[in-house]
Design a binder for this molecule. Sequence first.
Ligand SMILES: [Zn+2]
Length: 263
Amino acid sequence: MRLALAAVLAFFAFPAFAFELSGRFEQGGIALGRAAPGSAVRLDGRAVPVDSMGRFLLGFGQEAAAVAVLEVDGERRELAVAPRDWPVQRIDGLPPAKVTPDPAALVRIKAEAALIAERRAAISPESRFLGGLVAPADGPVSGVFGSRRILNGEPRAPHSGTDIAAPVGAPVRSVGDGVVTLAHPDMVFTGLTVMVDHGLGLQTVYAHLSRAEVSEGQRVAAGQVIGAVGASGRATGPHLHWGASWLDVRLDPETVMAVLAKK
Ligand SMILES: [Zn+2]
């Protein structure tokens, strides 16, 4: 809550600006903003969810341009978004079916992507993340967000989250207060998958689980165990893959944690 108080003080200290911002303005980053209650906020022309206190989040994707345009009740400000270098990860010698899914898998993959998009589109106007975020599992980071993957020489989608090395059965916790928006038993890529909505467009996903201990619609608290580490879906071994998104924009989970961590 210290952050919120600081934002309020800054808001009144600089009446020339109708809003205040803090966070990481870089590719994969996130920022927390505050404007007058009832403000209309847009980022690059797109409507931004705002809570009853005028708080909002801004997310910047891996491919975010160097300048983002923020509008608050028509007041326009250009935000510099710092570029990042993304590592390249080459994996060779994979079975061809792991690189190019067969037609039956493609049908499922398409349906699962649509389901995830639908759940991400349901925006909660409550800022549940304000209680602070905690780590989802104990263990070292074994895979970073944004690495560009080249499988058997063919470029594939960059890594959409953070991998944490942990054994099968280790507890997986919700990083923040929220509501479970997805508890899917078996997705092609991510296996047993749980998604949690933390409000204002921020959702987190937990993949390759061996067990889920929550169901869709259930409220969860920061640090609450929601399942267990596994290797379901297309995992090369047991680990937690966790992701963070703002609306449909994938964010770097480590950056989100750094900005919104429990103080
Ligand atoms: Zn991963």
